[in-house]
Write a protein that binds this ligand. Structure first.
Ligand code: ADP
Ligand code: MG
Length: 247
């Protein structure tokens, strides 16, 4: 048996050598159809900002779900923060997920609650002390540009404001990694830019950010690493890449 200290050392070595996120020849098949991911190898270093682009059905959301440990790989291995997710015991999954913040196209807020409660909720479930919560929530709401909107019910907010609430909720527990699956898919161009700019700021403050998007204009303007997928494989991976059509 490895001691706790030895395990930690092994994880740190894995992060240093392979990245904070490491997919080693990963395939994922659902019960029907062609594999959603087919032999994907990928390294994302700590502190990177990465776009994942590709047509609908190319496996982008499957990749995000593997990182969230909502799914497990059919073949190959997924390592996040040096940890092989296939070896993560069920009871450890909630603790693992505290390292991740996640936002989706459809916001997924509690629509009968106000902004404050939506964000505070993420802290209550990890048992942060009430006094801390009362300090943290206003701070994070200020970061996402929602100071003063605490009491609004989320269903009364615009799409852009709702996505800011979702972002605040994703960030309040200070995750190492932020995963965003088409975060601007329901937003107009102005709000899309503002959300992307927030993601960039979050990245500059040290969080590793992975963004799945179809927003060609933004990808081309931001000069970040771009990983393009098609039919379950990576077809290109470029530093300061562009959103190109392969067809
Ligand atoms: P993307 O996010 O790039 O649009 P997905 O990862 O959602 O792609 O889907 C990749 C492929 O896997 C698609 O062919 C899709 O139909 C299939 N797929 C996704 N989820 C499921 C599921 N739960 N059951 C069966 N097939 C699925
Ligand atoms: Mg998708």
């Amino acid at each position: 048996m490895m001691s706790r200290a030895e395990k930690k050392k092994k994880r740190e070595k894995m992060i240093e050598e392979q990245g904070l996120i490491y997919l080693d020849k990963v395939s994922k098949s659902y019960s029907t159809g062609a594999p959603a991911l087919n032999g994907v190898t990928l390294h994302i270093k700590q502190g990177e900002f990465v776009f994942i682009v590709g047509d609908s059905g190319s496996g982008k959301s499957t990749l995000i779900k593997l990182l969230l440990r909502e799914l497990t790989a059919t073949q190959g291995a997924v390592y996040v923060m040096g940890q092989n997710l296939a070896k993560l015991r069920h009871g450890k999954i909630p603790k693992y997920r505290r390292n991740l913040g996640v936002v989706f196209q459809d916001f997924r807020l509690l629509n009968d609650r106000n902004v404050y409660d939506n964000v505070a909720f993420a802290q209550r479930i990890v048992e942060v002390r009430p006094r801390e919560i009362r300090k943290n929530v206003p701070n994070i709401l200020k970061t996402v540009g929602l100071a003063g909107k605490y009491k609004a019910k989320t269903k009364q907010l615009s799409g852009g404001e709702q996505q800011r609430v979702a972002l605040a909720r994703a960030l309040i527990n200070k995750p190492a990694i932020l995963l965003a699956d088409e975060p601007t898919g329901n937003l107009d161009p102005k709000n899309s830019w503002e959300i992307m700019q927030l993601l960039e700021e979050i990245n500059e403050a040290g969080t590793t950010v992975v963004v799945v998007t179809h927003n060609r204009e933004i990808v081309n303007a931001m000069h970040k690493r771009v990983i393009a997928m098609r039919k379950g494989v990576i077809i290109s991976d470029e530093e300061e890449g562009e959103y190109t059509d392969e067809d």
